[in-house]
Design a protein around this ligand. Structure first.
Ligand code: SF4
Length: 237
């Protein structure tokens, strides 16, 4: 059920964002760094794809590389909660520009199962190591709101850097085969670098939003799975 909800959120976001002018094209991978954060739900999607595509040993070799990324220090919902309560909060700096290990020849090998943190990448100008991505403020706010909703969906489960959450999930029986290629000590260390996903404390929307973000959120909440609205499902009704 949670997987179905996740894919529905992806679909509504894609529909909402596809009118934006984007300079991104196949083979352009500047934004594919080791800074992607995910929920366990998104990690399970990736591991399922890897298993179905018989990529287990290739994937395990990537996860076995010595970690050079920074572990996440606070979740998006922790950060939003602190801001909404007027507390100081430092979400850490995502300054690791090392390429994502799942890139091959500038293409993502797990593209169909990529997490939302990758799906939200866009830029209206071609970016490079010296030219950051250019996105309108409302898009940044909208993408942040969706990451918060996805974290809410995965609450109480692992949340963190993709390269920590993925090994952390390898004790789930359907993914154990991938884990057999890795040292247990590395898996335990990765698990210790993860955080726990939190419920949504509220959104960080600016007063300047001219309704575009609200429109996206309303579309997500109004989407239906079976006979139920996503808003009700996310509220535990
Ligand atoms: S998972 Fe794929 S899309 Fe995401 S950063 Fe890595 S290579 Fe890029």
């Amino acid at each position: 059920m949670k997987g179905t909800i996740l894919h529905k959120i992806y679909a509504v976001f894609t529909e909402w964002s596809h009118h934006l002018p984007a300079a991104c094209s196949r083979g352009c991978s500047t934004c594919c760094t080791q800074n992607v954060t995910i929920t366990a739900l998104e990690g399970e999607d990736i591991l399922r794809f890897v298993t179905a595509e018989n990529l287990s040993s290739w994937f395990a070799a990537k996860l076995a590389l010595p970690p050079i990324h920074r572990p996440a220090t606070m979740t998006n919902n922790d950060f939003a909660g602190a801001c909404l309560e007027g507390r100081d909060a430092d979400p850490g700096h995502n300054d690791n520009t090392s390429p994502c290990p799942f890139l091959e020849d500038h293409s993502c090998r797990i593209y169909p199962a990529r997490p939302f943190g990758c799906r939200l990448f866009t830029s209206s100008k071609r970016c490079s190591s010296t030219q950051p991505a250019l996105v309108p403020d409302f898009y940044f706010e909208a993408a942040t709101a969706v990451t918060q909703l996805i974290e809410h969906l995965g609450q109480r489960e692992y949340w963190g850097n993709m390269l920590d959450v993925l090994p952390a999930l390898l004790d789930i029986s359907e993914f154990r085969e991938i884990g057999t290629h890795l040292e247990q000590a590395g898996i335990i260390k990765a698990r210790l670098r993860t955080l726990t996903a939190k419920p949504l404390p509220g959104f960080l929307l600016s007063e300047e939003d001219d309704g575009k973000v609200t429109q996206l959120l309303e579309s997500i909440f109004a989407a239906e799975i079976g006979e139920k609205r996503l808003e009700d499902i996310l509220n535990g009704k």
